[in-house]
Design a protein around this ligand. Structure first.
Ligand SMILES: *[C@@H]1O[C@H](CO)[C@@H](O)[C@H](O)[C@H]1NC(C)=O
Ligand SMILES: *[C@@H]1O[C@H](CO)[C@@H](O)[C@H](O)[C@H]1NC(C)=O
Ligand SMILES: *[C@@H]1O[C@H](CO)[C@@H](O)[C@H](O)[C@H]1NC(C)=O
Ligand SMILES: [Zn+2]
Length: 307
């Protein structure tokens, strides 16, 4: 029975294409592991246990693996927020308009933030909350998870490495798979090491403090992540938090600036489209991973504990 369900999960993960593909989500989880402070790390390792090798990397894809199973069909709408904007001329995310039923990735992050530290819940429920946070804080960084147009690009036919696919899938996995083959020996671990180094000492280092401040050009005067979580936990109301709204807004802007800049018939996994997309994808993966770690650090250690 255990073996059967494990194989089922593997089969589903191979066919599923929701949010960053498996490699993108695993990268978010593995990078976050490098930035956890002691209590957050201890909770993550104990909660996930041997089944996930005590790591957010392998656990990050669980939410996609279960969403097509009947027991978890209810969770499918939590992987995105449908920004009803008008790309490429106008991109914007509006919580009232786009998450009107309070059942989208914004409310999901709030919900599982509350649940992961709720000691009234049992270990399995808290593990579920952790796996959802691990996944959704990744998903909200994928621009087409913050876009309603053409079902988040699923209905836009696209070409990737000569094969016919759709725009959403190109951003979930097509470009990442090509990047891994081309520059990282087809290894997520190599890619993760590279992105971690860029966060710690390289091109991302100067950006990390801004990643933890939930302010943006369009939404100024937002408070820092740690203040916001602590205030939120005081009330425990499942309403969208400001930080995920800012993160979603950042992702959504890339729909106009980068995702919708293709020309008809262009192969999106080679040439200039690929070259322009890679820095966006790497930024979004590194940034959301760092934010995931910060989020868990505030929840379990009381502060982000990050530069
Ligand atoms: C499990 O984690 C350990 C320690 O982080 C690592 O060395 C090992 O390669 C991992 N095993 C698998 C199967 O990923
Ligand atoms: C967001 O959408 C709501 C509902 O459509 C609207 O009333 C509000 O003005 C919008 N907010 C902004 C900042 O555009
Ligand atoms: C909150 O989590 C519970 C348990 O997984 C789930 O039943 C509920 O639908 C979730 N709500 C949102 C908005 O995520
Ligand atoms: Zn997803």
């Amino acid at each position: 029975m255990v073996i059967f369900s494990f194989l089922t999960v593997l089969a589903l993960s191979a066919s599923g294409a929701h949010g960053w593909g498996a490699s993108g989500h695993q990268a978010v989880g593995f990078i976050a592991m490098e930035f956890l402070s002691p209590k957050a790390l201890s909770f993550v390792q104990n909660s996930l246990g041997d089944m996930y090798n005590r790591s957010l990397g392998p656990a990050a894809t669980w939410a996609d693996e279960v969403r097509s199973m009947p027991d978890f069909a209810w969770s499918a709408d939590l992987h995105f927020v449908d920004a009803e904007d008008n790309p490429p001329s106008s991109c914007n995310l509006n919580e009232t308009r786009d998450c009107a039923n309070d059942f989208c990735v914004l409310t999901a992050i709030a919900n599982y933030t509350t649940r992961v530290v709720d000691t009234r819940l049992d270990a399995e429920q808290r593990q579920e909350a952790l796996k959802f946070l691990d996944h959704f804080i990744g998903d909200i960084g994928q621009p087409l998870h913050v876009e309603a147009d053409a079902l988040g690009g699923n209905r836009i036919t696209a070409r990737c490495n000569g094969a016919s696919t759709n725009l959403h899938s190109v951003w979930d996995s097509g470009i990442i798979n090509r990047l891994l083959q081309q520059s990282h020996g087809n290894s997520v671990a190599n890619w993760v090491n590279d992105l971690v180094a860029r966060i710690k000492t390289g091109s991302f280092k100067s950006l990390t403090s801004s990643w933890l401040s939930c302010s943006s050009v369009t939404q100024p005067l937002r408070r820092d992540l740690d203040l916001q979580i602590n205030e939120f936990l005081g009330t425990r109301a499942v309403t969208p938090l400001e930080c995920p709204l800012v993160w979603g807004g950042e992702s959504n802007k890339f729909v106009c600036s980068t995702v919708f800049t293709f020309t008809t018939g262009e192969d999106l996994c080679t040439g200039s489209y690929f070259t322009d997309a890679v820095p966006v994808i790497e930024l979004q993966i590194a940034k959301q991973a760092f934010r995931l770690a910060a989020w868990l650090n505030v929840l379990f250690d009381g502060a982000t504990n990050l530069p």
